[in-house]
Design a protein around this ligand. Structure first.
Ligand code: NAI
Length: 646
């Protein structure tokens, strides 16, 4: 028998090895054709029963990344809800068949097994996870506003107990191989060299499958089931409002009432696939997934790879940009006026690597790649040079004249400026077309979006190389025109400005923040201003709206040198990285609109001016750069839906 997406072989132990190798894709996803072929495979196994079966991946990376979300993205565009419901039920049925076969089955999980990928593994009798850095197991559907409808809601609680399963189902978090073994999600977690033999060993020994402990069983199948569900609802309520994010609530209901069977709820019930998929949140979150891919797609097909990055300016931004690039495997030289100004950046990098890389060898390698370079000799070898020095035109011009003289002709020359027009800096260059903006956001490690700024003088091929570089370091590039505030700060400024006006009118910061949270912003504007830094906020305000009157409370804080989180006090007092807030008063009618409207209006205006190339990229920039409520699909999308419902 031959298949398009599976390669079968039988070994000397009569084990049938099913290598998953989805045709035409670099990673495995369970799209409709693959799912259908799995059905055919199970038909064939019915006719000729195998002794035992191992599912494993033939791809270089990962087991299965999940369902093919692009199918949902396409469905979202046509709003064919029936197709989405049918797709979910088809997957549920095929996996149900797999779970009920009489012959032993085993999933050998080499790399990520997410969503529909993990659900396939859960439908097997045994699971062996390969203990390597890339192995991650999880059910991230909740982050797309949908639910693990291919048996995940049913099987994960039976395997690891309902409380632990709820934790995964409702947050979308992932576990590595060791954690998965500890929880009982997999039977074995083994190093790559013994993975094949372990799978064979399990299928020869056929150990009894894992049973829940007495208490776990009570919580999952017994009288404590209702208690677990109500605790889970309380936990979710702390993080997500049901009107904004219905899917975690639907997951709990589907489990509690129907044991995860997607066929059981009636279409009008809130835990049905139909209800979830017809809620705007799911379609918007699925669209956001597509937008992220669109941002990445800007870098597709560009042949440019940075092997060496030179960063000038080791301050807040330059230091962290350098540390990030070195963590991503690139050699980095970091220049400042003298070595003592570079030292704090190296120390911050060491702290970040410890937190993020954990492994001693990886930390050492990253530190080796990050080299202090007070004389700036690295500029001559670098493929990308990023300037992140003080925001002063004359100093930047001087530095660029020197850099251009040293740099390789092919090197990208980039500035991280937030407010100085590129065209003005470029006058210092013999070839002004070489200058591009690569605008990172603070804090560099957390903010996924990076704006790639083209001035009128920028050569498009330089901007393309800068885009490829941003993608290379795993950030999301957004191409922008050089206009005050670019895209993100331009639309953020009027929103923060309005919040400052509210403060001056005597509305409590907590109440203002609460009004924005009610819209679905992840943090309120006053807390955000404190995080960004009140000095930076003022600078952004001056760039976007020069000559506007300065808000009084902001002025007072700046005079008192209370700059926000970084100084421990701003509009809030900050203790251990947390804003100390009082209870928010009742949000006055209209306050939410008052805050959000200026941002929406500015987004329309900037979009009409062509600051970004299309509406999708504009929405993506607002979501990944400003935290614009993701389930509303971005400011332009949101305004479209408003006008279509009015
Ligand atoms: P910073 O003041 O923390 O760091 C600037 C560094 O540049 C200092 O270490 C200084 O010694 C060094 N420097 C000054 N002149 C130099 C020269 N001639 N050669 C070498 N090094 C020199 O400033 P920050 O906040 O890191 O900002 C840097 C740039 O990034 C600015 O253009 C700013 O507009 C931009 N930016 C800042 C953001 C922020 O939130 N702080 C966000 C996005 C962009």
């Amino acid at each position: 028998m031959t298949y398009t997406h599976f390669k079968l072989r039988m070994d000397e132990h009569q084990i049938t090895w099913v290598g998953i190798d989805v045709a035409g894709e670099s990673v495995n996803t369970m799209g409709t054709p693959v799912l259908n072929e799995l059905g055919t495979l199970l038909d064939d196994f019915e006719k000729q029963t195998p002794k035992s079966v191992v599912f494993y991946s033939l791809k270089k990376s990962g087991f299965i990344a999940g369902a093919n979300v692009n199918e949902f993205v396409e469905i979202g565009k046509t709003e064919n809800l029936d197709e989405a419901v049918a797709l979910t039920k088809r997957g549920y049925d095929v996996y149900e068949r797999l779970a009920n076969v009489k012959y032993p089955t085993l999933a050998l999980i080499n790399g990520f097994a997410l969503g529909g990928g993990l659900e396939l593994a859960l439908a097997c009798r045994y699971r062996v996870a390969v203990d390597e850095a890339s192995t991650r197991l999880g059910l991230p559907e909740v982050m797309l506003g949908i639910m693990p409808g291919w048996g995940g809601v049913k099987r994960l609680p039976q395997l690891i107990g309902a409380p632990a399963a709820m934790d995964f189902l409702l947050s979308g978090k992932t576990a590595d191989a060791k954690k998965a073994k500890k929880l009982g999600m997999v039977d074995e977690a083994v190093p790559p060299r013994i993975m094949w033999n372990t799978a064979i060993g399990v299928l020869k020994a056929l150990p009894p499958t894992r049973k829940l402990s007495f208490v776990q069983n009570l919580m999952t199948n017994g009288f404590l089931r209702g208690y677990v569900a109500s605790q889970a609802r309380k936990q979710v309520a702390k993080r997500a409002r049901p009107e904004h994010y219905p899917s975690p609530y639907a997951i709990i209901d589907l489990w509690q009432k129907y044991n995860g069977d997607v066929h059981k709820p009636r279409a009008e019930e809130s835990c049905s696939v139909h209800s979830l998929i017809s809620h705007p949140t799911a379609m918007n979150l699925i669209r956001v997934f597509g937008l992220r891919e669109q941002l990445k797609a800007q870098a597709k097909g560009i042949e440019f790879e940075a092997k060496h990055v030179h960063v000038v300016g080791a301050g807040v931004m330059g230091g962290d940009i350098a540390a990030w690039c070195a963590m991503r495997g690139i050699k980095v030289t970091l220049q400042d006026l003298d070595a003592t100004r570079i030292a704090p950046a190296i120390k911050r990098a060491a702290d970040m690597y410890k937190k993020r890389l954990r492994d001693e060898r990886k930390i050492r390698d990253a530190m080796d790649r990050l080299q202090p370079d007070p004389t700036g000799s690295g500029a001559a070898q670098a493929d990308v040079i990023i300037e992140a020095i003080v925001e002063n035109l004359a100093v930047k011009q001087k530095v660029f004249a020197e850099l251009e003289a040293k740099a390789k002709p092919s090197a990208v020359l980039a500035t991280n400026t937030s407010s100085i027009p590129l065209e003005q800096i470029a006058t210092a260059l013999a070839a002004p077309a070489r200058l591009v903006g690569i605008h990172f956001f603070n804090p560099v490690a957390q903010m996924m979006l990076v704006e790639v700024i083209s001035g009128t003088q920028t050569d498009p091929s330089v901007a393309r190389n800068a885009t490829a570089f941003v993608d290379q370091i795993d950030k999301l590039p957004l191409a922008c025109k050089s206009a005050p505030g670019f895209w993100v700060n331009r639309i953020l400024a009027p929103y923060l400005g309005e919040a400052m006006k509210c403060l001056d009118e005597g509305i409590a910061p907590e109440t203002i923040d609460e009004a924005a949270l009610a819209f679905g912003m992840p943090v309120g504007p006053i807390e955000l201003a404190d995080v960004v830094g009140l000095d930076v906020c003022r600078a952004v305000g001056e760039t976007v709206a020069p000559g506007a009157t300065e808000p009084q409370k902001l002025k007072a804080k700046l005079e008192a040198k209370a700059l926000g989180k970084k100084t421990g006090a701003g509009f809030y007092t900050w203790v251990n990285g947390k804003a100390q807030k009082s209870a928010a008063g009742a949000v006055p009618a209209g306050l939410t609109d008052r805050l959000i409207q200026p941002m929406l209006a500015e987004a329309q205006k900037a979009f009409a001016e062509g600051v970004v190339a299309n509406a999708d990229l504009a929405d993506a920039g607002a979501i990944f750069g400003c935290g614009f409520a993701p389930f509303r699909g971005g400011p332009l999308n949101y305004q479209r839906t408003l006008s279509s419902t009015h």
